[in-house]
Design a protein around this ligand. Structure first.
Ligand SMILES: [Zn+2]
Length: 361
């Protein structure tokens, strides 16, 4: 009996405290909503696995960049192919001979005593001639591997035409495939309305055309190779939020353009560095790219920096690699602060990570 009374007393004492807890829950509306959210999540999880997966991904995009200290690891080793022709040697290096990567080619005489007469040679890759720049030992050129390049053996053709004879030698490079990611973004379209391509005003249309002309002019620049040593990271902490050539589908029926570069995480004001030596061709606000910088590294190779909050360089400037050229922002068509880094080689968009932090020539 005594035990029973004691139990009754404790129950009586507990009830008011429970009530108080309930009241405090009611008074803070945010807590209440989080409770219902949890309930919904649990509920959907029991119904279908697919739904809960989607929710998890959406939550991932709201993580504060400063809280994130993860780094994306990129390969720093390389593969090398050596071809020996009549009178010359060709060495080609790439991180990996894969779709979307960049390879560097060196050609030099097989006789160390004499220099190659480059005017006799024409090297073709994907039926286009590789432009060659002189180095201490022979000549170097760039071999872009298109993201949609044929998988398997691809030809590198060397034509040699001297006064007496002309020869053609063909070497094969085995290109492996890259599994580019696919992202369905139907529910996550958060681009401001003015960028949705339906009924731009005449003024906007004129501005877009002006930007296009400026880009066309820049990308047709032909200059000598200006690179030296390895390419450096454009940000302090390299963390990829959207990989190269991700196929983004904004609408179930319309196929979007593949992502032409990599998106790197950062907060507004974080520094951006030039990845290699070069000349600034563009550094201004554009419609889609926001504050946009293009650096020409010679031989039809350009690095592109988009959505900046601020640029610190101007057209015509020569920059050394590692120089701070701007700050991260969210200008142009952008859903949040990040740096979109692009690498355009011979008119082909290449994965910029395939050249960073390694010396390929
Ligand atoms: Zn991007």
């Amino acid at each position: 009996m005594k035990k029973f009374i004691a139990l009754l007393l404790t129950i009586l004492l507990l009830v008011p405290s429970l009530d108080a807890k309930k009241k405090s829950k009611k008074s803070t509306s945010s807590k209440k909503s989080s409770v219902s959210y949890k309930y919904k999540k649990k509920h959907s999880r029991t119904h279908s696995r697919k739904k809960s997966k989607k929710k998890k991904r959406t939550r991932y995009t709201y993580v504060d960049p400063l809280k994130y200290k993860r780094k994306t690891k990129i390969p720093t080793s390389f593969e090398e192919l050596i071809f020996r022709g009549r009178g010359y040697v060709i060495k080609i290096r790439a991180k990996q001979f894969r779709q979307g990567n960049l390879a560097f080619l060196r050609i030099y005489s097989n006789n160390p005593e004499c220099r190659l007469d480059i005017s006799q040679y024409r090297i073709l890759w994907r039926n286009t001639q590789i432009s060659l720049s002189p180095t201490r030992k022979g000549y170097i050129g760039i071999v872009p591997i298109h993201p949609e390049q044929k998988v398997g053996l691809n030809d590198l053709v060397v034509h040699r035409k001297s006064k007496t004879k002309s020869t053609t030698e063909t070497f094969s490079i085995n290109i492996r495939d890259t599994q580019f990611p696919v992202r369905k973004m139907y529910s996550r379209l958060r681009v401001p309305k003015k960028y949705v391509p339906r009924g731009y005003s005449a003024e906007t249309q004129r501005f877009i055309e002006k930007c296009d002309l400026k880009k066309q002019k820049a990308f047709s620049t032909i200059s000598d190779m200006q690179i030296s040593g390895r390419f450096v990271s454009p940000v302090n902490t390299l963390f990829v939020t959207s990989p190269f050539y991700t196929k983004r589908y904004y609408h179930p029926k319309r196929k979007g353009k593949p992502h032409g570069g990599v998106d790197l995480r950062g907060k507004i004001g974080f520094p951006i560095y030039a990845i290699q030596n070069g000349k600034v061709l563009i550094s201004e606000r554009m419609f889609f790219e926001g504050i946009f910088t293009v650096i020409d590294h010679g031989s039809q190779m350009f690095s592109l920096y988009m959505h900046q909050s601020k640029t610190l360089v101007k057209e015509g400037d020569f920059v050394k690699k590692g120089t701070k050229i701007g700050e991260i922002g969210s200008t142009g068509v952008s859903t949040g602060p990040h740096l979109h880094l692009g690498l355009r080689v011979d008119g082909v968009m290449i994965n910029p990570l395939s050249v960073l932090e390694v010396s390929l020539y």
